[in-house]
Ligand binder design. Structure first.
Ligand code: ADP
Length: 387
């Protein structure tokens, strides 16, 4: 017994020590497991933060939708563009656009990406390029919808096709006229005065065609060189003086007096051809439309950092309803007069195009029966360095 007791005590001690070690190990294991859980939770949180930040900073509107195309979240640009979006809102309810809603749902159902364009009326009337990317995580299906504003490209495309349609129409009219006249001229029985009249009309149609083609080519040249830095210098006052002289005979024919009002040079970043075109289009308009007995004044002034060309007449004027449109391509307030006078309908749009290209403006004011003033303002340029 005496021997056995210490042995039992030793055994108990060893067992207690072993238990203690096991306990410590178990505790360390649990700590490690807890630390591992904490580490992976932190990693998951970091990954989620990265995902949210990536989505937020995308340079287009991005929406995350659930299986039923309801909004889970939208990125920063998405909320800016479509401030009416709210969580759980259905895509049809949000945009009232059946094509968009239908195609997103189809894409979610088939788990197949889709790309298309839609016009959304939600925020102005804009065209969006849409990319739908459905995916599944942990048995849950969702989709990302990316919306890129493509309005400018779409508007430009529309403008181009409209322009081509207008040009074709404008070209067809004189060509049809010419064909009719040439067919009639083929008649040997035609008397001399009629022949002379028909020939004069054919020649007029040819001039119209030529003017039209010159204007169209000039416009396309302006567009082709758009954005190129201005390296030219032209004196608008000198261009006005030259133009007034060149148009003196036509003005006299139409019984319109052209007055030049320019004091000293007015340097602009225009090319000489642009400067002449701007002045010529405006003075020619005054001659064509003001009517006999009218006076047209071309005034060129340097006003601060701007060169201002003001061509005014005291003639027929432009009816108020036409005034907002006269700078549009092919717009004519008085189509028959314009065509009779050899107008192309492009003169004022070319003037505006040139002015705006250099950060300037072109505006018209008019009162029917009292006259018209067209004002072109262009940032002034330094005089070219002397020889
Ligand atoms: P167009 O080649 O027909 O002259 P523009 O673009 O130069 O084309 O001018 C557009 C229209 O504006 C003209 O058709 C004309 O009806 C009107 N208009 C322009 N200038 C005048 C003016 N000084 N007086 C009256 N009408 C004008």
């Amino acid at each position: 017994m005496d021997i056995a007791l210490p042995a039992i005590a030793v055994l108990a001690l060893v067992a207690a020590a072993a238990l203690l070690v096991a306990l410590r190990r178990a505790r360390a294991g649990a700590d490690e497991a807890r630390a591992a859980i904490a580490r992976s939770a932190a990693a998951a949180a970091a990954a989620e933060r990265r995902r949210a930040e990536t989505l937020a900073d995308l340079p287009f509107a991005a929406l995350r939708l659930d299986r039923d195309a309801r909004l889970i979240e939208a990125n920063r640009l998405g909320m800016e563009r479509f401030p009416f979006l709210a969580p759980r809102m259905g895509i049809l309810e949000a945009f009232s656009e059946h094509e968009l809603a239908g195609r997103v749902q189809e894409s979610l159902d088939a788990l197949a990406p889709a790309r298309f364009e839609v016009r959304l009326f939600a925020e102005g009337r804009r065209t969006y390029r849409v990319a739908v990317q459905p995916y599944e995580v942990g048995g849950t299906r969702e989709a990302l919808v990316f919306l890129t504003d493509a309005s400018e490209a779409a508007d430009y495309q529309e403008l181009r096709s409209q322009f081509v349609a207008n040009v074709s129409h404008e070209l067809r009219t004189p060509i049809t006229g010419l064909r009719g006249l040439l067919e009639a001229l083929g008649d040997p029985a035609m008397d001399a005065p009629t022949r002379a009249d028909f020939l004069a009309r054919a020649s007029h149609e040819t001039e119209r065609l030529e003017a039209l083609i010159t204007d169209i080519l000039f416009l396309s040249e302006l567009e082709a060189t758009h954005g190129e830095p201005a390296t030219s210098r032209s004196d608008l006052a000198a261009a006005a003086a030259d133009t007034a002289e060149e148009l003196a005979a036509v003005a006299a024919e139409q019984r319109v007096t052209v007055v030049l009002d320019a004091a000293g040079p007015a340097w602009t970043p225009l090319t000489d051809r642009m400067a002449r075109t701007v002045v010529r289009n405006l003075v020619e308009n005054a001659i064509k439309y003001a009517g006999p007995g009218a006076t047209a004044t071309a005034a060129v002034r340097r006003e601060g950092a701007t060169v201002v060309l003001r061509v005014s007449d005291d003639g027929a004027g432009i009816p108020e309803r036409h005034l907002p449109h006269v700078f549009e391509r092919f717009y004519r307030a008085d189509p028959s007069r314009s065509k009779r006078m050899g107008g192309t309908g492009l003169g004022l749009s070319i003037v505006k195009h040139i002015a705006e290209r250099f950060g300037g403006t072109a505006e018209a004011s008019s009162q029917e029966g009292f006259g018209t003033t067209v004002t072109v303002s262009i940032p002034a340029a330094d005089a070219p360095a002397g020889p």
